[in-house]
Ligand binder design. Structure first.
Ligand code: PMP
Length: 433
């Protein structure tokens, strides 16, 4: 039987350790992508593998409605103080899209429990929140939505801050407030009594290549939501678990969301784990029995054991601080080496989530035409040189733009950061030649 391949002509992976991936032909790659910004603790960490195997040996599967498990309670207890929510309650699932679906249902269930029939969700332009239908509905990336539009529901989309392409002339002062005004208008247009939640990444990942909003953005946006009884959902699937140099990126802005989603780094790729987290107030209002929801693999004990081992590894090896330090080195070196490159418009990010936006003309910030397929070509050239990158979107007003994300494992060394930059510069030279 054929495999429904995700891309043509792929090399086959053999093994991986730390920041290095090796294929079956013995070719070695530096994994500056962390897969899809997933692998935080590094590849091949025995202690994580052992924790997963030990739990699978004890018991691999029982249904979440039949049994709880000690390991899940232990995981929740160690995770709680790290989360930017008051008295959090966690709903473990199998990945980021499921986490977003779960958070959306929690938002609706919360309002229903309070006697309010709210269902509209506000997402943001250019955003990505997952490929399942609810998560795609909230996502603002037109190209991903286009084939499925008849299936998509009632989400509406508001503006999102992009420092490099700020649509407001006030930038950088006061532009966060302008976006908050825009959100308030979006809520007003949808009918405030119908709006259940606002969903956004604290730092925009794949959709905008690591765009950090201005400081005044989150406080103003949260204030608008609170005033209209709209729940704030922080999608930290990409930014969570140390990626941006904080346990969760909400911390950069002192933001306390009502709901939070995580995935990717939660189990670092060793298990498909996602988390939907509710504040104590949201949890108590819904009640444990109030959520009509669940997946076969919700509350999986092996997922909890893997997540717990990853969390301890991040904590005990100081990897969140390391992400901040190595991230500053990476962004600094990229700016130094690529600051004058004719194709590099912007280098941005937080911690080890770094975006490089590519443009045809730096002065006017004009993107390349889509037909040039610059991102795809850069990914291929880098792979030839033994460097794995993750594609992102630059997003020049309506057109997609070109950008790559660097999100290596948080264990990357200073010397490996230098090699990543060397190879990226070399790959750009190949293309620009
Ligand atoms: N939210 C965000 C912010 C993401 O980056 C992603 C994945 N790129 C998702 C949700 C969906 O996660 P998954 O692919 O695990 O379903």
């Amino acid at each position: 039987m054929a495999v429904f391949a995700r891309a043509p002509g792929l090399p086959r992976v053999a093994w991986a350790r730390g920041v290095e991936v090796v294929d079956t032909d013995g070719r070695r790659y530096l994994d500056a992508s962390g897969g899809a910004v997933v692998v935080g603790v590094g590849h091949g960490v025995e202690e994580v593998v052992e924790a997963a195997a030990a739990q699978a040996r004890r018991v691999a599967y029982v249904h979440g409605t039949a049994f709880g498990s000690d390991v899940l309670e232990e995981y929740a207890a160690e995770l709680a103080p790290l989360l930017p929510l008051d008295d959090p309650a966690v709903y473990p699932v199998s990945g980021g899209s499921e986490a977003v679906e779960t958070a959306l249902k929690m938002a609706r269930a919360y309002h229903l429990a309070r006697g309010e029939d709210r269902w509209v969700v506000v997402g943001r332009e250019h955003s990505y929140h997952g490929n399942s239908r609810g998560a795609l509905d909230v996502s603002g990336r037109a190209a991903l939505r286009a084939p499925y539009l008849p299936w998509l529901g009632p989400a509406v989309h508001t503006s999102t801050p992009q420092e490099y392409r700020c649509g407001f002339d006030t930038h950088p002062h006061g532009c966060g407030l302008r976006h908050a005004e825009r959100l308030e208008q979006t809520i007003a247009d949808a009918g405030p009594e119908r709006v259940a939640a606002f969903v956004a990444e604290p730092v925009a990942g794949a959709g905008l290549a690591a765009c950090v909003p201005p400081e005044d953005y989150w406080p103003a946006v949260v204030e608008v939501c609170r005033r209209h009884g709209v729940l704030v959902v922080a999608d930290e699937v990409m930014t969570g678990f140390g990626r941006t140099g904080r346990w969760f990126a909400s911390e950069h802005f002192g933001m306390r969301p009502d709901l939070l989603t995580a995935g990717k780094g939660a189990a670092s790729g060793y298990w498909p784990l996602g988390l939907a987290v509710a504040s104590g107030e949201v949890h108590e209002t819904i009640g444990d029995g109030g959520l009509v929801h669940g997946f076969t693999y919700s509350h999986h004990a092996v997922g909890a054991a893997t997540g717990l081992a990853v969390l301890r590894r991040l904590r005990d090896h100081g990897l969140v601080g390391a992400a901040e330090e190595r991230g500053a080195q990476l962004a600094g070196l990229l700016r130094e080496r690529l600051g004058d490159h004719p194709w590099v418009g912007d280098v941005r990010g937080a911690g080890l989530l770094v975006g490089v936006e590519l443009v045809e003309d730096r002065g006017s910030r004009t993107p390349f035409p889509r037909s040039r397929r610059v991102t795809e070509q850069l990914l291929a050239a880098a792979k030839e040189l033994g460097l794995l990158l993750y594609p992102a979107a630059g997003c020049a007003d309506g057109s997609r733009g070109d950008a790559v994300l660097l999100g290596p494992p948080l264990v990357i060394s200073a010397a490996e950061v230098e090699q990543v930059v060397e190879r990226l510069v070399a790959a750009l030279d190949v293309l620009a030649d």
